[in-house]
Design a binder for this molecule. Structure first.
Ligand SMILES: Cc1cc2nc3c(=O)[nH]c(=O)nc-3n(C[C@H](O)[C@H](O)[C@H](O)COP(=O)(O)OP(=O)(O)OC[C@H]3O[C@@H](n4cnc5c(N)ncnc54)[C@H](O)[C@@H]3O)c2cc1C
Length: 428
């Protein structure tokens, strides 16, 4: 465990800024949540991050702190006992947590998504009165687990095929029977494997000719018969996510575990595209952290290292200026995207969303690369956090459904084609 002092010495004068830029534009709830995330991050998560990364273990202690602070319910509606955070409030808080421990922020996102998708996103979807009543009853059960019992949900949808990229139906199948579903399938890269209480899986209703419109979102209790965790986990970065493989073999999942009504996931994916953009805030936080570290290092203010200044060299000043330019570009697009999130966004908002997600993921890694180059050899030491940020930042643009490649793919197509348009013949 790192022994870095929590209270900076009086000679430390650099104060890392708010992840959200100008504090005066924040709502009282945003300020409160950012303050909580910042305190937990500095005092609890950052000191534990090194060991979590080294041992590739899930950050259970951090989750106990998140639970105690009520942050597991950040997007649970207020009437169900949560914070009722909207999209912008959540992503800013997530970015603040990402500054201190990437794996904690990324896994928390899987959990929070299960409350966000069933919460304000589901509120914006068209449902029949019967579906709405049914949904209210189901989500009350899930929110009571989160808020009342501190239960944690994960969100495994990747399967290794085209489904997680949104190009094919999920291969995990749910066969409808009286009172529930029998689920069979496999999920790869399942963050929180073995750690979450419930796996919020996306699967396909097992019926002839099923398409993506038949996707189902079910919560599977990790202790049910037929649920197992397999494979090892020794990756480059984001090691504390423990994203192992989940196997579901004839698992009976009761009806009450349906997180949104049958068929509604496809509507959500189409009408609320920001639902897939909640992975990038973690990487916004890592970008800020890499910049903060660089400034502190060049000023000779990194706790636990000799107070040697390197800031007087023009090459260092230019390098930091370049990092700052890229960081502010990233923050601007991050905040714009956070505030633009809504149901049925215009085409420009949708294109801006792909551009934002791509920019944050790619810039986080680039800022970390610049940080390592600027700080020099000592920054590669495992006793300092920068090399971990560098490795963690590499993972962002690999994450489905919106990898950097797939963002470019979508952007290029949607810039050039209006809905319904296609060419007679592909041009070779
Ligand atoms: C740290 C970490 C945590 C993760 N946690 C989770 C989690 O909790 N839940 C979860 O569901 N997943 C999770 N993932 C999985 C992630 O989203 C990917 O599914 C995973 O990295 C597997 O990728 P792959 O390289 O096997 O994908 P492949 O499907 O082989 O894709 C490789 C690349 O090809 C491109 N590509 C893929 N399909 C298409 C297509 N149809 N058209 C064009 N290009 C395509 C994409 O750019 C992709 O990066 C996590 C990944 C990481 C790294």
């Amino acid at each position: 465990m790192s022994a870095l002092p929590l209270t900076p010495s009086p000679s430390v004068r650099y104060t890392p800024p708010s992840i959200a830029g100008d504090y005066t534009e924040l709502t009282p709830k945003q300020k409160e949540l950012l303050a909580i995330a910042s305190r937990l991050g500095r005092e609890k998560f950052a000191p534990r991050a090194q060991q979590i990364d080294r041992d590739a273990v899930f950050p259970f202690e951090n989750y106990a702190d998140l639970r105690a602070a009520g942050l597991l319910g950040i997007c649970v509606p207020e009437e169900h006992g949560g914070w009722g955070a909207d999209f912008a409030t959540y992503v800013m808080t997530a970015a603040e947590i990402g500054r201190h421990c990437g794996a904690t922020a990324l896994t928390l996102n899987m959990h929070v998504s299960s409350t966000m998708w069933t919460g304000f996103i589901a509120d914006d979807l068209d449902m029949t009165a019967e579906q709405r009543a049914n949904h209210e009853a189901h989500r009350a059960v899930h929110y009571a687990r989160v808020v009342g019992q501190g239960k944690v949900y994960s969100q495994p949808f990747s399967e290794g095929g085209a489904a997680a990229a949104g190009k094919a139906p999920f291969g995990t199948l749910a066969r409808k029977v009286d009172g529930g579903y029998f689920v069979n399938g496999k999920k790869i890269f399942a963050s929180l494997a073995g750690a979450a209480d419930y796996y919020g899986i996306l699967c396909t209703l097992d019926k002839p000719g099923a398409t993506q419109r038949d996707s189902l979102y079910l919560a599977v209790d990790k202790n049910l018969d037929g649920v197992s965790v397999t494979g090892d986990w020794d990756p480059l970065g984001m090691r504390g996510t423990v994203s192992r493989t989940l196997i579901f073999k004839d698992v009976f999942v009761p009806d009450i575990e349906r997180l949104i009504p049958e068929g509604l996931y496809a509507q959500a994916a189409l009408r609320w595209p920001h639902m897939f953009a909640t992975l990038s805030p973690t990487y916004m936080g890592i970008a800020q952290a890499a910049y903060d570290f660089t400034v502190q290092y060049l000023r000779g203010e990194v706790p636990g290292t000799p107070p040697v200044k390197r800031r007087m060299y023009p090459t260092k000043q230019i390098a930091v200026a370049e990092m700052k330019v890229r960081l502010e570009q990233t923050r601007a697009i991050f905040l714009q995207n956070a505030r633009a999130a809504r149901v049925d966004p215009s085409k420009e908002i949708r294109l801006g969303l792909y551009a934002a997600h791509y920019t944050i993921m790619e810039n986080a890694n680039e800022i970390c690369r610049l940080a390592v180059r600027t700080c020099g050899g000592q920054s590669m030491l495992k006793s300092l956090p920068l090399e971990r940020m560098y490795r963690d930042s590499r993972c962002g643009s690999l994450m489905l459904p919106w990898t950097a490649e797939l963002c470019i793919d979508r952007l290029g197509r949607e810039c050039l084609y209006e809905p319904g348009e296609q060419d007679e013949q592909a041009v070779l």
